[in-house]
Design a protein around this ligand. Sequence first.
Ligand code: ATP
Length: 325
Amino acid sequence: MSNFTFPILRLLADGKFHSGEAIAKQLNVSRATVWNALQAAEALGVEIFSVRGRGYKLPQTVTLLNEQAVLNAIGEQRDKFTLEIHDHLASTNTYLMQKLSSGQAHASCVAANLQTNGRGRRGRAWQAGLGASLTFSLLWRFQCGAAGLSGLSLAVGVALIRSLHSFGVNQAQLKWPNDVLIGREKLAGILIELQGDMEGPSAAVIGVGINLNLPASIKQQIDQPATDLASVAPHSINPNELLGTLLKHLSEVLANFEQQGFASVRNEWVSHHAYHQKPVKMLHPNGNETFGTVLNVADDGVLLVSTTQGEQRFLSGEISLRAAE
Ligand code: ATP
């Protein structure tokens, strides 16, 4: 990426046409530099309209992340967090995982305006784009060992639901273990990576991707139904307010989790589970499928499913839940 790519994208964030000449003048560079910088943006998947005689424009207005606005939205808890906002990162989780061993502070949050290599579970990809999604990761250090963190990704889902409710998105539901859905469409995903001994202390990097406004070009790269806040929220949501609100709720949920584990939010989680007492298909890593009906979720986040072989317990690590058609 050129040094001028993001300065130019900041100018284009208003969603209006800017001529190459005007951009060059504002940044005191040549028009060739502008062109090269925008080529670099396109190579990262940023869609840019270029019209002869009018200049360049983004498909829509983009609100870029702003540290002060995020801190304001966190409110009283803001001093707890160390916030880093990047224009571009391959993956916010990868970045924070790399920083972990060099003593990165507890409650560090890293967000990227553009994440180009986001990851899901088990090597899957998370699609994102400039203005299309909010992508961030939060580092949380725990006194307990990794063994005490079962159910953490479910607890994080509760923080997401509380945040979405505060913006009037009341129809969001959870899918075990780690997705946020609207109906059958995926709105957000969570990826948690752990480091540390089973005995403790341990650290979790909690990655979250929430779709803000997915263009068709990104939607078609996603191999399951997906939706975004622009389609489902009652009013437009500022990503800075969304990130601040998420951090506020995450810090509450994680503080309770430290004391009481997933049990602290289990009932709330169950009340939002899209598949509670519904028929489901559980997919095993080897391709096998188990059909059954969801009974409940245990205090450690294990999913309890009634099957023809009796009650079975599913640990979140390698297993995926799908609706049984
Ligand atoms: P599981 O039920 O195991 O969580 P999953 O298919 O949802 O299964 P994840 O690892 O949670 O898997 O998320 C990655 C998957 O999410 C991708 O394989 C893709 O199907 C989907 N996906 C990728 N990007 C997006 C996005 N921006 N919005 C919605 N869904 C996405």
